[in-house]
Structures are given as structure tokens and as C-alpha cells.
Design a protein around this ligand. Structure first.
Ligand code: FAD
Ligand code: SIN
Length: 532
């Protein structure tokens, strides 16, 4: 027996929640499926803020120019213009929904500065912007009678009509998404959901790397689901490494926001040298790809495990008021930001590629929409400008919601039969050690061979390892009952393979993709296409 909703939204971060609210406000029935509790998302951890033009001295064209510059020649310029133009209205809506952006003493909104921005244009709620946005949106969701939120449901795979082959041609009528299968992780049962349309808002893939700022949910599930359904995925090689995560001996990587550098903090190497001037005229506020590579180079030269972030120039009172969360985190680890320096290292942070969409958040599969970090709209090109992610997510959610309402008018949702999931006589796993081991191996392989600086040989080595893991996990998948860790690992391995595949296609160095064998730019490839 399947459950029916007009629209199923997978994910409860800024993208999924914003989209769900808009669709429900138009009277449609929406289910939000989310694999943990609703608040657990990358959104909830966002610190620096959301970039948009709101000041008299700023201009959308300047925001466009900064975004294009960071994107290193690969942004889709019309997409950049459209998305950034919608920014101020989307900010206004967030304010209407209750997001209380920080203000200056005189009542004007406080605007932060981050790398690559020529102006102060980042709205923030102290250093907990994501949490404030998430809470406001979740509150609005609770008040909506048209939205049902299903926590601890893990979306596994999309349902599409089987292709009927006649004389070699695919002739199965309209090929569109019909719904999805989801694992109720508390009960261990797989449920079938029928829907007029599905939105993927599953966020990023940081967990495929050993060191990441991302929470555990970021395992690339939406990209894997889309890819398995034959949907176009592109530019997966562009992984953004954030330059400044707090260094610890274990694998935790708490973010130290770029906004701290925006307020005057300086990177120093082990000799105490403020090294960024040797790498870029914008020094510590150069775009992230440049700063992360510079730190990587300094660490490799000195053999040090981290560099320092010197916050001693920021007054204690300012630090406590503007960055209370970061200040508290450092204090708990014995660091007083007014007199000590913070040990920092780069960590995997954001995926610029993903499921290809147009400016209505439509994917290459009818009825399937994607927005937020899972999607690739062309806004970020080869490197995302700081704080453009939350903005893109909310703008594209609003645009996608408008489009899906039109789409729903045109489909007969009940026309197709949905096959129920069959667990057959699969048994419970007695080999969980394989999952644990392979989980670590994917993360280590990606960190060691598909990191900030790449070579063809390292990428090929990674491809061989990931292929072996892929064989093992698929054997496991077909032998045992599904469970969350198995599904996540299977997705992580697929997504890792897509990153490597795209990275091998790009025989140049550009933005976030730096390959020592091809140190220069080339015009041969605009968008890489994931096709294993
Ligand atoms: P997410 O917020 O990640 O939400 C994804 C949702 O999908 C989650 O609810 C998850 O549980 C759910 N999900 C995933 N897979 C499944 C599945 N199989 N089944 C069901 N549910 C699933 N960007 C900025 O612009 N400004 C910032 O200041 C900023 N700071 C950041 C700080 C940190 C520490 C991090 C990690 C990121 C930061 N980013 C920032 C990036 C930004 O937060 C994310 O790109 C953005 O929040 C993504 O939103 P989203 O809605 O696409 O996905
Ligand atoms: C940060 O606060 O440094 C993160 C901002 C971002 O990822 O855009």
C-alpha cells in the first residue's frame, strides 16, 4: 500500500523547508521526509551568513561580478544574474518568517564580510545564522496544515516507470518520477510513497571525506538517487575545502567562520608569518580555493599539522558579541581568542556540482526537482563565493515551488502502477564490520587522493580503490536487509566514484580543481558530466 502526497520533499534544510512552505501555501499536500530529526542539516550549522544586496552602497552587479570572479570562468552568467537579483526579496521573506538578523547599535542591519566579496553584504544572526533560519522555517512548517513531516524516514530510491523497449526504441509514455521508497529507520520497514512531484533537497556530500565541516547527514543520498534514476549530474569535481576548521587530533572539524577573518583575523604559519600576502593581493580575504591551497602549501612546506588563525586583533567584547558560538567552542578547548591563536586546517565543506537543474529547479527527469546544495544551477561555477549557498537555496526553492505548482496541473498522478518494495527473504546483516571498515576506507581514500591538490595518478588510484568498494557494497546490498548505514555507505561510494570520474575528465586546473599534471587552464571542458 502506498501513501499519496501532491509533493514529496526530501530534506529539511533551508531548501526543503522553504520549498515545502511555498507549495503548501498554494493548497497542495506536502510530505517532508527527513532521515534524522528535522533540524539536523548543514543549514543548522551555517555560521557566516547569507549574502545579498541590501545596502544603499551596494549593487547587484557588484555581487554578480564577485560571484563570477570566484567561479573562475565557469559560472553560468544568466543564472548568476537571475539568482542574485532575487536575493533581496528572499531575504525579506526570511525576515517575515521570523529570522531576526543581527543589527548595529543604530538599528541598521549588520553586514559581515567574507572572502571574495568587494562589499560588506552578508546578513547574519551573530555566528549562528543557520540555526536561526532553521528554527524560523521549522516553526512556520509546524503551523502549516498542509505539511506532514516524517522524521527518521530515509529516502532510498526514486520510482520511475519501467522503460518498455519496442524495436530498440524507448516507448513507455511519459518518463517521469512517480514517487519514492523510504526506510522507516525506527521500524526497519520500507514504505512506498506516490507523489505528483518530488523535490530533492538532501544537501551535500562532505562525509565522503575524512575531515569535513559537515554533519553526519551529508552523505550525498539525493545525488546517488538521482544518478541511479538516470538523471543528469555534473561538475562533481568542484569540492570546496573551507580554509579554517579548528584542528584537533581526532577527525572533528568545527568551523571557524570566514567572517572572523572579515573582522580582522589573520592566518599565520608556524614562524608567525602572515603568509597570505605571498599568495594573493586580497590576502586573508581572497576566495576560498586560493586560501585553502595556500594553507595546504604552507603545511606541506613546514610539515606542520595546522596553521594559526590570529584573532588577537579583535577586541574581546566584539568577539563575544559577534561570534559567541566560536568564542565558546575555543574557550572549552582552552583557547582565549584575545591572547591565544587558533589552530586551523582546511576541511571538505561544500559541493559546487550536483544534480543539474534549470532556473526552475527542474532536473532532466520530469516531475523531479532539486535545489540547495544537492543541485547544480551554474551559480557557483568552479568555486562558490562565500555565503552564496544559503541564498541560492532559498531563491531556487521559491522558483522551484512556482514551477511545480504549474507542473502538478498537467499530470495524472494515479495513472501508473507502483510496485511495492520487496525485501524478499533477505536476512539481517551479520557482517557489519565490513560497513565500518569500508566507511573509513572511502573517507581516507578521498582525503588522500582526491583532495585540495590532485594528480592523474592519485585520481586513478582512488578510482581503483572505490571500484573495489563498490563491488563489495553491492554484493552486501543484494544479500542483506537494508539498513541506514548500508544505504548511506552505498550512496557515499557511488558519489565518490562520480567525483573521481568528473575530476579525471577535467584536464586543467581551475577554481577548486587543482591538478599538478595540468597546472594551467584549458577551454576544452565547460561542464563535466558524471557518467560511470
Ligand atoms: P541541508 O541543510 O544539508 O539539508 C539536507 C537535509 O536532507 C537534511 O535534513 C538531511 O537530514 C536530509 N537528508 C539527506 N539525505 C536524506 C535521505 N536519504 N532521506 C531523507 N532525508 C535526507 N552557506 C552559506 O551560504 N553561509 C554560511 O554561513 C554557511 N556556513 C556553513 C557552515 C557549516 C559548518 C557548513 C557545514 C555549511 C555552511 N554553509 C554555509 C553551507 C550551507 O549551510 C549549506 O550548503 C546549506 O545549508 C544546504 O542547505 P540544503 O537545504 O540544501 O541542505
Ligand atoms: C563561513 O562562515 O565561513 C561559512 C560560509 C560559507 O560556507 O559560505
Amino acid at each position: 500500500m502506498s501513501k499519496y502526497f501532491d509533493v514529496i520533499v526530501v530534506g529539511s534544510g533551508i531548501a526543503g523547508l522553504s520549498f515545502a512552505l511555498k507549495v503548501a501555501e498554494a493548497g497542495r499536500k506536502v510530505a517532508i521526509i527527513t532521515k534524522k530529526n528535522s533540524a539536523e542539516s548543514n543549514t543548522n550549522y551555517a555560521q557566516g551568513g547569507i549574502a545579498a544586496v541590501t545596502s544603499q552602497t551596494d549593487d547587484v552587479e557588484m555581487h554578480v561580478a564577485d560571484t563570477l570572479d570566484a567561479g573562475d570562468g565557469l559560472c553560468d552568467e544568466p543564472a548568476v544574474r537571475e539568482i542574485l537579483k532575487d536575493g533581496p526579496a528572499s531575504i525579506e521573506e526570511l525576515i517575515q518568517r521570523g529570522v531576526d538578523f543581527s543589527q548595529l547599535g543604530d538599528g541598521r542591519v549588520s553586514l559581515g564580510k567574507e572572502g571574495g566579496h568587494s562589499k560588506r553584504r552578508i546578513l547574519h544572526v551573530r555566528d549562528v545564522t543557520g540555526k536561526a533560519i532553521e528554527q524560523a522555517l521549522l516553526h512556520a512548517i509546524e503551523c502549516s496544515p498542509n505539511i506532514e513531516t516524517l522524521e527518521h524516514f530515509f529516502a532510498m530510491d526514486l520510482i520511475t516507470p519501467p522503460k518498455v523497449r519496442r524495436r530498440g526504441l524507448s516507448a513507455a509514455g511519459p518518463h517521469r518520477v512517480l514517487g519514492l521508497y523510504a526506510l522507516n529507520t525506527h521500524q526497519g520497514t520500507v514504505e512506498t510513497f506516490r507523489a505528483g512531484a518530488v523535490l530533492l533537497a538532501t544537501g551535500g556530500i562532505g562525509q565522503i571525506y575524512q575531515y569535513t565541516t559537515n554533519p553526519y547527514i551529508a552523505t550525498g543520498d539525493g545525488i546517488a538517487m538521482a544518478y541511479r534514476a538516470g538523471v543528469e549530474v555534473q561538475n562533481m569535481e568542484f569540492i570546496q575545502f573551507h580554509p579554517t576548521a579548528f584542528y584537533t587530533k581526532d577527525s572533528d572539524r568545527f568551523l571557524i567562520s570566514e567572517a572572523v577573518r572579515g573582522e580582522g583575523a589573520i592566518l599565520r604559519n608556524m614562524e608567525g608569518e602572515a603568509f597570505m600576502s605571498r599568495y594573493d593581493a586580497r590576502k586573508d580575504l581572497a576566495p576560498r580555493d586560493i586560501v585553502a591551497r595556500a594553507i595546504d602549501a604552507e603545511m606541506k612546506m613546514s610539515g606542520a599539522r595546522h596553521v594559526w588563525l590570529d584573532t588577537r586583533g579583535i577586541a574581546l567584547e566584539e568577539m563575544k558579541a559577534r561570534f559567541p558560538n566560536i568564542y565558546a567552542y575555543c574557550r572549552e578547548r582552552g583557547i582565549s581568542t584575545e591572547k591565544d591563536m587558533i589552530p586551523v586546517v582546511p576541511a571538505a565543506h561544500y559541493l559546487c556540482g550536483g544534480v543539474k537543474t534549470n532556473l526552475n529547479s527542474e532536473t532532466s527527469l520530469s516531475g523531479l526537482y532539486a535545489c540547495g546544495e544537492v543541485a547544480c544551477t551554474g551559480l557557483h561555477g568552479a568555486n562558490r563565493l562565500a555565503s552564496n549557498s544559503l541564498l541560492e537555496a532559498v531563491v531556487m526553492a521559491n522558483r522551484g515551488a512556482r514551477a511545480v505548482l504549474g507542473y502538478l496541473e498537467s499530470v495524472d498522478v494515479m495513472e501508473a502502477e507502483l510496485p511495492d518494495w520487496k525485501d524478499g527473504d533477505f536476512r539481517d546483516s551479520d557482517e557489519r564490520v565490513v560497513l565500518l571498515h569500508n566507511w573509513d576506507e572511502v573517507k581516507r581514500t578521498m582525503w588522500d587522493y582526491v583532495g585540495i591538490v590532485r594528480t592523474k595518478k592519485r585520481l586513478e588510484r582512488a578510482r581503483t580503490r572505490i571500484k573495489t568498494l563498490d563491488r563489495e557494497i553491492n554484493e552486501y546490498y543484494w544479500n542483506f536487509k537494508v539498513e541506514e548505514s548500508l544505504l548511506e555507505l552505498r550512496n557515499m561510494i557511488l558519489v565518490a566514484a562520480l567525483v573521481i570520474d568528473c575530476a579525471l575528465q577535467r584536464e586543467e586546473s581551475r577554481g577548486l580543481h587543482y591538478n599538478l599534471d595540468y597546472p594551467n587552464k584549458s577551454d576544452q571542458l565547460r561542464n563535466s558530466t558524471a557518467a560511470l
